[in-house]
Design a protein around this ligand. Structure first.
Ligand code: WTA
Length: 652
């Protein structure tokens, strides 16, 4: 890794400065204003969206452990779907809202106008309403990356139902846990999800999940590929048939600013995934504002975020932010390497994409395929490049800048989290210099602080590192964990009192710019997918042959981090290649293919303190092949365990 001291600095180009909504002087002025008088600042930003009932109170926030409460625009009323669709109809009804690019490039792309989006979302709303979905109900969305996924989100928002999207790569077990966790009334799914030429049987996964759910959970099925699926009369509903007969208008529900908009399950360092709750008014203001300013979005631009709507990036920057701004947003069903490694760049050329937003893992994979895949495409429409999800290594950053951006496109390295709703730190095009791998500067209203991990004291000045906390609230902040406000407070507000704790480590360099150094908890980031090592461990120990398991991340060239599992078997089980394969499949079934272990090492014992705590630090070092700095092992109950693990390190 390059350190900040060696990093090259790329100042903003004259072109970027002249184009940008926000230049350096304006950033300084706006940032200062956002801290000096947050009420006035966010009151003005609140005017970005339409209110059915205007707010009179801007913020009501308490970060004190035991009494944490976060409210924005508290007495305002609005509807998110009306903001993302209806208010654009008069001025841009015939403009494309969503470009749909299917998995197979031979299939036609779709251009869905705002008028058509309105009609489809109203139909979906009527379909859901006819199934009994009303304000406040929870609806699970388990869908491919097709326009109906966006219709489903917006239809829930229109009705006032709370959606919770489950990434289509999750297994039936993981799906069932989420349906039950939020008490969903309906699962919206599709028959099959083609991706990269392969097909995931979503409906049969939903069938398997429903076996573990309440009898009255209904299933709405979009016929996407049209291939055969099983059907349970009375439980399964045919979306296509129902939508054909449904009315194409539906009055948007009046929602309070603090009514939940969605729940999104994400991984933490302990236990099962938690349902992050985002609400209506503040989230939309923040998603719209960051979309416009970070990506220097202007009317008429074509915006492409390659994430999946199953992750927060898809929520904020495929659907809610762009559509609130009346943008044209591209939804891509496929993968970067199908049918070949030029697919991303072909899609950019075909649809004349102006802003392109992706994850470092995709860049690393494509970079390895050679530049010829890029060079045969015309990328002259690109103006801004973005990255998200994990620290970007300088090599990938430089390739992105030189080969994709031809040295002309500012790169916004956006640091944020499911919990934050939108970007918290990023260089802004035209306002800030860029340093490869640095998230550079806080967004408006964001006060990052670097704390000493042990004392919790704020570390002032530059050229320092520690844990990253945020001092005060912003409108896009999560409000609670669904059904468990105590866990919310404990996770984010108890370690460092009075601050929001991000779980990330960070450096502030000599110039005062921020660098995210990675998670300081037991969360790992695999191909940009966030995962709790505890989840993989509990999947492993659920297998009859496994007595104990410890999972850590290790550096992986493409994925950023890989999943390294130390497994202690039951006395009656023997290590074998078959068992190894079986455990891999087991974890995929319990969680999903994204959690497939990269390495499994048989561990006759795990390094534990005398009080029985597993010393993960040592396990991380062994997985990293870094035996020189294991630190003090004398406090271990049985130090010889470490020698065995080193001697038998997988892949040695
Ligand atoms: C990491 C994704 C470095 C970080 C939006 C964070 C990043 C976690 C960056 C959240 C970045 C995200 N540079 N690290 N630009 N963006 N991260 O909830 O560790 O899936 O805490 O949200 O990803 O992942 P999540």
């Amino acid at each position: 890794m390059t350190t900040q001291n060696e990093s090259p600095v790329y100042p903003p180009s004259a072109e970027a400065i002249s184009h940008a909504h926000v230049d350096a002087a304006k950033y300084d002025q706006m940032y200062a204003a956002s801290l000096a008088d947050p009420d006035a600042f966010w009151s003005e930003q609140g005017q970005r969206i339409d209110w059915i009932k205007p707010f009179t109170q801007v913020r009501d926030v308490n970060f004190n452990f035991g009494e944490v409460s976060i409210n924005w625009y508290t007495d305002g009323a609005l509807n998110v779907s009306a903001n993302c669709i209806d208010r654009h109809l008069a001025t841009r009804g015939d403009q494309t809202a969503i470009i749909f690019e299917p998995d197979n490039p031979k299939d036609p792309a779709l251009n869905i106008t705002y008028k058509q989006l309105h009609s489809s979302v109203c139909k979906m709303s009527n379909v859901l309403a006819s199934m009994g979905v009303t304000k406040g109900d929870r609806v699970i969305i388990y869908m491919p990356m097709i326009p109906e996924a966006a219709y489903a989100m917006l239809a829930c928002a229109r009705i006032g139902a709370i959606h919770s999207i489950v990434f289509a790569g999750f297994s039936p077990d993981a799906l069932a846990a989420r349906v039950n966790g939020c008490g969903a009334k309906v699962i919206i799914t599709a028959d099959h999800a083609p991706r990269g030429g392969r097909v995931t049987p979503l409906k049969s996964n939903a069938d398997a999940a429903l076996l573990h759910c309440q009898d009255d959970v209904k299933c709405l099925v979009v016929k996407h590929t049209g291939d055969q699926t099983t059907w349970v009369d009375g439980r399964d509903y045919d979306y296509n048939a129902m939508a054909a007969d449904a009315a194409d208008s539906y009055a948007p529900a009046e929602m309070n600013a603090e009514d939940p908009l969605f729940i999104l399950y994400t991984s933490g360092s302990t236990g099962q995934p938690k349902g992050v709750v985002h609400t209506t008014g503040g989230y939309l203001v923040y998603a719209a504002m960051t979309h416009e300013i970070t990506f220097d979005y202007h009317d008429g631009d074509i915006f492409w975020c390659t994430a999946d709507v199953g992750w927060v990036t898809g929520h904020s920057y495929i659907v809610y932010g762009p559509l609130a701004n009346g943008a044209t947003t591209l939804m891509f069903e496929g993968v970067p390497t199908f049918p070949d490694a030029s697919r991303f760049w072909q899609v950019c050329e075909k649809h004349k994409v102006n802003q392109f937003y992706t994850a470092p893992t995709a860049l690393r994979a494509l970079m390895g395929q050679g530049n010829e895949w890029v060079e045969k495409c015309d990328l002259s429409s690109l103006r801004i490049l973005g990255t998200v999800g994990e620290p970007i290594n300088p090599e990938a950053w430089t390739w992105y800048n030189d080969v994709i951006g031809k040295g002309k496109c500012p790169i916004v390295d956006t640091w944020w989290q499911t919990e934050t709703g939108g970007h918290l730190m990023t260089p802004l095009p035209g306002a800030h210099a860029m340093k490869p791998g640095s998230a550079m500067k806080p967004f408006f209203g964001i006060q990052p602080v670097v704390l000493d991990p042990t004392s919790g004291v704020e570390i002032e000045g530059n050229d320092v590192d520690g844990v990253l906390c945020i001092k005060d609230s912003w409108p896009g902040q999560m409000r609670t964990i669904w059904g468990d406000h105590e866990r919310f407070q404990k996770t984010y507000f108890s370690d460092y009192k009075g601050y929001y704790f991000t779980g990330d480590g960070c450096k502030r360099d000599v110039d005062g710019d921020y660098w995210i150094t990675g998670r300081v908890d037991d969360v790992i980031n695999v191909s940009g997918h966030r995962m709790g090592t505890a989840e993989v461990e509990s999947a492993l120990v659920a297998h009859v042959a496994v007595a104990e398991a410890a999972v850590v991340g290790y550096p992986h060239d493409i994925k950023g981090q890989g999943i390294y599992c130390y497994v202690t078997l039951m006395n009656n089980a023997e290590p074998s290649d078959e068992l190894l394969k079986e455990l891999r499949t087991w974890v995929r079934t319990e969680i999903g293919p994204i959690a497939s272990p990269d390495v499994i090492q048989w561990a006759p014992g795990l390094p534990k303190t005398r009080s029985g705590k597993i010393m993960r630090r040592i396990l991380r070092k062994i997985a990293e092949n870094d035996f020189g700095s294991l630190g003090d092992t004398s406090t271990l109950a049985d130090p010889s365990v470490v020698d065995d693990l080193i001697a038998n390190r997988a892949g040695k």
